[in-house]
Design a protein around this ligand. Structure first.
Ligand code: IMP
Ligand code: MG
Length: 168
């Protein structure tokens, strides 16, 4: 497959993001929330590169069928209260923003001290729902990509790099 972002490019950017996040949340109770499954690789590398303490939780939502945006469902919710925490939601990619808008509303209802969003990728110009992205790894062209957590019908999540999706 055609590599868009190499393993080295990703890891370098992850360390930069972790440094920025560590500075911004220094001295604050931080809850890092991984949006499964797509963010699993990014989340795992990012939180391990933080220089500040953080708690971790996982939420799982369903939004896509193949390459088409579908209905939003919470498959696994966070089993703890978010009161008293600054919450950083970590996802793989911001595309139309429809999924994220609903997820942010869902998380905001749990009354965190603050709620911020970090995604590895963003497709600029694709936003259909207003979503503020505080931390972004890379802006990419409007193409369907796979690898480093991202899938097409559950395939290719384990690649250590990001590639343009090509049906084989
Ligand atoms: P949105 O609601 O359109 O923003 O969709 C966001 C979700 O769709 C992401 O969390 C991904 O799971 C999935 N998604 C969007 N674009 C891609 C892509 O290029 N490759 C793989 N998954 C994608
Ligand atoms: Mg997906």
């Amino acid at each position: 497959m055609d590599v868009l972002l190499s393993e080295e490019q990703i890891q370098t950017r992850v360390r930069e993001l972790a440094k920025q996040i560590s500075e911004d949340f220094s001295g604050k109770p931080l809850m890092a929330v991984c949006v499964l499954k797509g963010a699993y690789a990014f989340f795992s590398d990012l939180v391990r590169a933080l220089s500040i303490p953080a708690q971790i939780e996982f939420v799982r939502v369903a939004s896509y069928q193949g390459t088409q945006s579908g209905a939003f469902t919470v498959l696994h919710d966070i089993p703890v209260s978010l009161e008293g925490f600054h919450v950083l939601l970590i996802d793989d990619i911001l595309d139309s923003g429809k999924t994220m808008k609903k997820l942010l509303k869902h998380m905001g209802a749990k009354n965190p001290l603050s709620l911020s969003l970090c995604t590895l990728l963003e497709k600029p110009g694709q936003l259909e729902a207003p979503v503020t992205l505080e931390y972004c790894g890379f802006q990419i062209p409007n193409e369907f990509v796979v690898g480093y957590g991202l899938d097409c019908d559950q395939q290719h999540r384990t690649l250590p790099y990001i590639a343009r999706y090509q049906a084989d």
